[in-house]
Design a protein around this ligand. Sequence first.
Ligand SMILES: CCCCCCCCCCCCCC(=O)CC(=O)SCCNC(=O)CCNC(=O)[C@H](O)C(C)(C)COP(=O)(O)OP(=O)(O)OC[C@H]1O[C@@H](n2cnc3c(N)ncnc32)[C@H](O)[C@@H]1OP(=O)(O)O
Ligand SMILES: NC(=O)C1=CN([C@@H]2O[C@H](COP(=O)(O)OP(=O)(O)OC[C@H]3O[C@@H](n4cnc5c(N)ncnc54)[C@H](O)[C@@H]3O)[C@@H](O)[C@H]2O)C=CC1
Length: 713
Amino acid sequence: MAECATYGTVAVLQINNPPLNVLGHDVRSQLMSGLQQALQDKAVCSIVIMGKGQTFTAGADVKEFGTEKVFWEPTLHSLVEAVSASTKPVVTAIHGTTLGGGVALALASHYRLADSSAKMGLPEVQLGILPTCGVTQRLPRLVGLQTAVRMVTSGQTQSAQQALTAGLLDKVVTDDLLKKAVGFARSVDVRGLEARRVSSWTVPGADRAEDVLDAARKTLVRRSRGAIAPLTALQAIQASLLPFETGMKREAELGRYLWTSWQAAALRYAFFAERTVKRWHIPRNKNVNYRTAEPMDIKSVGVLGAGTMGVGITISLLQAGLKVVLTEVNKAQLDKAVSLIQRSLEGKSGGKPQPMQLRATTDYSQLREVDLVIEAVFEDLALKKKVFQQLDAVTNPRTILATNTSGLDIDQIAAATQRPDKVIGTHFFSPAHVMRLLENIYGRHTSVETIATAMQLGATIGKVGVLVGNCPGFVGNRMKGLNFTEAMFLLEEGAEPQDVDKALEEFGFAMGPFRVSDLAGGDVHWRRRIQAGLTTEHGPPPYTPVLYRQGNRYSPLADMLCMQGRFGQKTGAGWYRYKSGSRTALPDAEVHRLIHKHRQDHGFQRRNISSQEIVERCLFPLINEGFRILEEGLATGPQDIDVIFLLGFGWPRHTGGPMYYADKVVGLGNLLQSLEKYRAYHPRSAHWVPSSLLRKMAAQGTSLSIWAAGSRL
Ligand SMILES: CCCCCCCCCCCCCC(=O)CC(=O)SCCNC(=O)CCNC(=O)[C@H](O)C(C)(C)COP(=O)(O)OP(=O)(O)OC[C@H]1O[C@@H](n2cnc3c(N)ncnc32)[C@H](O)[C@@H]1OP(=O)(O)O
Ligand SMILES: NC(=O)C1=CN([C@@H]2O[C@H](COP(=O)(O)OP(=O)(O)OC[C@H]3O[C@@H](n4cnc5c(N)ncnc54)[C@H](O)[C@@H]3O)[C@@H](O)[C@H]2O)C=CC1
């Protein structure tokens, strides 16, 4: 856990708690007793604290956070204060990714040394808590307010060189950290100790503090969108302008406030959910799971279709060092794609991809030897089936064939091949080289090896793979579609597009549904509705009621905009209008007139709709659908759905995701009551009928977390 050794007059305390040396209770106890021994040992003049293995320490043990263990003495706070109060100089020697409590220990030490592998960061606000243990008070004294604000409120890491420049480190060494740290510790002098205590320093540039804090506050109010931790952290940093002891008291008060907040619990859940989804199984056959599967080794990938998604997918693969054969029917499109890919990679790595890593071709036969193909041609089932037949003929029989369809039937696509066991959906999210989600969809015949390979591929390219079953729209799009449907009903009943967007942006989404639609292009979903027979290019299909299609209430408003060529940003007008070259959404009188006329034509009585109703009506049907998905065994557990929404749809992380939000914030009983209430008002929308799983859980007074604990392997 923590090992103590002496090198002449230097005591070395080494954390040894693989893989990440987190500071659980055992480690803290051993570090504390090592420190006390070193202080008592007359032969010891100085002390080094460092870590064994891949990092100094990734900080506090987050698994302790929901338990009493975090308060067991020595707490992290007591340990940090003991280091700060040490009567012998303490040198922290840092390597690898050093986070949270690791930085707190370093700040309390008298000297900070690192090797070039070191990265230092304060991810606490991402867990909804405050960097405590004096971090918010010592850091500004050491690096100034501006850098402290940036580090604490963003959670971003600093490289060793950046930390050295900022003043966070005293020295960066090239190799043999232990030897260099011991040498350094031998050279330091106990007489200078008082002056090395950061707590005795004042914050540099305190005269400009107000400007810095005001600017930071404005940015954070805009960016944090309802998350309370970043702004609370800013208040704690502001307290560093007070005497140290007063600032520490303020830090503790604010720390307590965040520690007990529901957002901290939600963010902690999100942290572990992203890791839990790796441990997948198929709900209807638990024997098919991450333990029973051996992934294939993937070194080369074919990408078919060099459009928006093909380009992003290729960039992700190349960045991970895989060989890519990019295949496209349209030569001009292929050339454009290659130049986009090169520009994107140049921007990141300062160099073009190696010619052998990217081969661009219009010839399918070049796909003969790749290990896996990802198809990203137009969303058209007939085309996809044809393409899979061709791929089946041209590729090696062991090659896995994956489709990036956003919702078509995997089984029908697989049936076009002689190898349905090797067919899987790998659904990337746009922009594919940025978004961290990979929704992997198994079909009826997909083998366990194919599933394991797709999940492994996600990890290789730095994405979080979530395994789901096959149904129209899969998990993400199936649930998300309901949000837009209800948003349009709200327009019919009295809201304006900007009211709906504002309410959901205040809830925490970066963009409301109408702004998202304008960004993505309204024509994409319009084409899907046409294909699904819900509408035609000229209006409702013959003999179809305007407000009722395929057994459900229907709003034609989006179709009406598309029929006018209003596809969103790309046509300068959609739900909003856009000045040439601008992405700023401006309310548009023409849209308001169109909605107003539609209301009059169909007898809607306009009423004021509260933000609360907007949020509930846009989100609750989607959550209800999540319960249906769990009931149908299409997701391994609620974490999988939450991760899909957190990483694929910009669901506000501080609420934990739709299923967590329903379970822990809204409450299942309240959710059920709301669904029943809206169902009474809107009987023609099937999405208000509560799922039987939700009914059952609400009746039993149980929670999704308990249900999930029982269902997970
Ligand atoms: C009522 C009174 C209230 C009083 C209030 C007083 C408050 C009490 C004070 C408590 C102390 C507070 C101080 C504090 O919180 C300071 C901190 O240190 S907070 C923690 C900061 N650290 C992090 O957030 C680290 C998060 N981890 C990561 O970002 C990545 O794991 C990392 C970049 C380090 C490595 O990434 P990678 O190599 O990709 O590995 P994995 O992410 O897959 O992780 C591997 C494995 O390890 C688990 N794990 C990672 N970090 C932690 C951690 N800090 N604690 C516990 N476990 C961790 C991770 O879950 C993986 O395990 P699996 O089993 O696979 O899930
Ligand atoms: N655009 C998005 O936001 C997302 C799209 N998807 C899905 O990804 C797939 C591709 O979508 P986009 O990239 O947006 O489409 P796109 O229209 O930008 O690109 C499709 C490309 O496929 C090429 N193509 C068509 N037939 C081909 C064939 N037989 N062989 C080789 N190339 C062929 C076209 O020339 C075009 O370049 C679709 O299934 C879509 O539903 C999935 C997630 C998000």
